[in-house]
Design a protein. Structure first.
Length: 106
């Protein structure tokens, strides 16, 4: 798993993109955009709702990010990835949460 900052241009809004390729085997890319500096957590869940991986859990600056998810040790099936952006400053109330579906095919 690797996290890469693709751009430091400040996006107009928060967003979580659909992973690509999808379906995938065994690696896929997840992109997201941050409008302001926040605490970021990107997690992967199985179809039963169990957390199976934490891809990002850190404070990040505004910009566009790319995360490579390597699911080599996982079984084929449907997985969900969830982005939670929490304010890192108590004076800022702006946050963001989104969930997308992806399919691992072996």
């Amino acid at each position: 798993m690797s996290v890469q900052s693709l751009s430091t241009d400040v996006p107009e809004q928060f967003s979580l993109e659909q992973n690509y390729p999808n379906p995938f085997n065994p690696k896929t890319i997840i992109n997201y955009e941050l409008r302001i500096t926040n605490l970021v957590k990107l997690t992967v869940y199985d179809v039963l709702g169990h957390e199976v991986a934490t891809l990002v859990n850190e404070k990040q600056s505004p910009g566009t990010y790319e995360v490579e998810f390597d699911a080599s040790g996982f079984a084929s099936g449907v997985y969900f990835y969830k982005l939670v952006v929490s304010p890192s400053n108590p004076l800022v109330t702006e946050g963001f949460t989104d969930v997308k579906r992806m399919m691992l095919v072996k």
